[in-house]
Design a protein around this ligand. Structure first.
Ligand code: NAD
Length: 471
């Protein structure tokens, strides 16, 4: 059984999580589930470790994080295999993610001594300076779709700035977080600086959000869960940063290469079996290109290799669970009821595991639930438009505002539309959302705060103003 990591101890917890391998539907591992006392102990361990860790120079903390990064790099194959099996993602993608974890730790090791306060010209003689100080114990609550990547986006800036951490992975995918915890200790993180406590969100996550000794919650997950965490955190005026759901637009104008746009439109929603907060799940297409684009997307989708995530040629694995597949299938049924046009896909292949072929529905409209709601499965809707203003209006007609893409060769139009779309991230003639060095996060109900880049460091520190009287 994989045990909790609290300080330098491994604990059995108060229960057991049975982890399933989505590609086979069979059990993969047994993991300890933290109970309420375990969480209290983890917070106490993090609190005890805080003075020494935050008191080190940034350079000294960075040395440990550089070692942590190197150790992750040495274990890329092991971590990739763990993640590919536990999440069901293609092994090539999992390998990229494991390397990205090492890159993220290295970036924040490098950033540790490049983030500082300022001197301020105040209206009195003397010296006024600002300090950036660690917050204390930070609770990290992460989802199952990119378990170790999202954990590290938070761990990197939290540890670099001197906080100590209690990390709660999702119950479906606790394995890579526990392995990261072990590698962190091996790299020389003092015991208590990084504690890992798998456990049920509704109890352990909730308790973390209410805990008086937790200074901040950094959360990624559903908008509804984020709302609950924010409400709970209000009682102690806890700091929160939230990366939540999305229903990102992919606006395609008629002046682009249809094959390229179709390839990207499919890849950007069906990667990770559609379980991606940045999935461009609403393809919004200029009417003169619309029939050809739908046809080209259907050709790409029908040819997609769906299957064993451990096979190098696989493009899409299973979804995470039977429940996630059922939920996507309910949206497929709803699409027909709502009057969208079925184009292709949506079948369950024969065999075990939670596989579902990617599907496309065309002639969709805002106001349909399949357009407005986050499906978080391999299904995409396509919507036609006639004018630039209409494209922007459809794109913005959402409670979400995380990510999006825009395809055009008209530079002025690209600038106009990029400004007008209300999302935190937008790529032009590209489907990439994440750059380690650039801020990532959502407008509207997609979140609060930013991850990645130097911006993330602001969300793990308090700013303190110190004035020295000289008269
Ligand atoms: P989820 O909200 O169900 O769970 C996320 C985490 O929160 C898990 O660790 C869970 O145990 C915990 N949790 C559940 N209830 C809680 C509570 N009451 N208090 C505290 N913690 C609680 O989300 P999920 O299903 O694991 O992940 C999918 C969602 O995450 C999607 O909505 C997706 O868009 C979103 N997501 C967002 C981003 C982003 O960066 N914006 C990235 C990835 C995923």
């Amino acid at each position: 059984m994989h045990q909790l990591i609290i300080g330098d101890r491994r604990l059995k917890g108060a229960g057991t999580i049975s982890v399933t391998e989505p590609a086979t539907g069979r059990p993969m591992a047994e993991v300890a589930a933290a109970g309420s006392e375990d969480l209290d102990q983890a917070v106490a361990a993090a609190k005890a470790a805080f003075p020494e860790w935050s008191g080190r120079t940034a350079v000294a903390r960075a040395e440990v994080l550089f070692r942590f990064s190197s150790l992750v790099r040495e274990h890329v194959e092991e971590l990739a295999l763990l993640e590919a099996r536990n999440v069901g993602k293609p092994i090539g993608d999992a390998r990229w993610e494991a390397n990205h974890v090492a890159d993220t730790l290295r970036y924040y090791a490098g950033a540790a001594d490049k983030f500082f306060g300022e001197t301020v010209q105040v209206g009195k003689p003397g010296l006024d300076i600002t300090l950036r100080q660690a917050m204390g114990v930070v609770g990290l609550i992460v989802p199952w779709n990119f378990p170790m990547v999202i954990a590290t986006w938070k761990l990197g800036p939290a540890l670099a700035t001197g906080n100590t951490v209690v990390l709660k992975p999702a119950s479906l995918t606790p394995l890579s977080a526990l392995r990261l915890g072990e590698l962190g200790l091996e790299a020389g993180l003092p015991p208590g600086v990084l504690n890992v406590v798998p456990g049920p969100g509704a109890r352990i996550g909730q308790q973390m959000s209410a805990h008086p000794d937790v200074a901040k919650i950094a959360f990624t997950g559903e908008t509804e869960t984020g709302r609950r965490i924010m409400a709970t955190a209000a009682a102690t005026i806890k700091r929160v940063s939230l990366e939540l759901g999305g229903k990102s637009p992919n606006i395609i104008f008629a002046d682009v290469d249809v094959e390229e746009a179709a390839r990207h439109a499919c890849a950007s929603v069906f990667a990770n079996a559609g379980q991606d907060c940045c999935a461009r799940a609403r393809v919004i297409v200029e009417r003169s290109l619309y029939p050809r684009l739908v046809e080209a997307m259907a050709a790409v989708t029908t040819a997609m290799k769906v299957g064993d995530p451990l096979k190098e040629t696989t493009e899409m694995g299973p979804v995470i669970s039977a429940a996630q597949r059922d939920s996507t299938e309910r949206y497929i049924a709803l699409a027909r009821q709502e009057g969208a046009r079925y184009v292709c896909g949506g079948e369950r292949p024969d065999g075990d595991g939670f596989f579902l072929r990617p599907s496309i529905f065309a002639d969709a409209k805002p106001g349909m639930r399949i357009v407005d709601e986050e499906i978080f499965g391999p299904m995409v809707v396509v919507i036609p438009f006639d004018t630039e203003a209409e494209a922007v209006s459809i794109a913005n007609d959402s409670i979400y505002g995380l990510s999006g893409s825009l395809w055009t060769n008209d530079l002025k139009r690209a600038l106009r539309v990029a400004r007008a779309v209300r999302t935190g991230v937008l790529s032009v003639n590209s489907s990439s959302s994440v750059h380690l060095q650039a801020p990532f996060g959502g407008f509207k109900q997609s979140g609060l705060g930013r991850e990645l880049g130097m911006h993330a460091l602001e969300h793990y520190t308090e700013i303190k103003n110190v004035y020295f009287e000289t008269n």
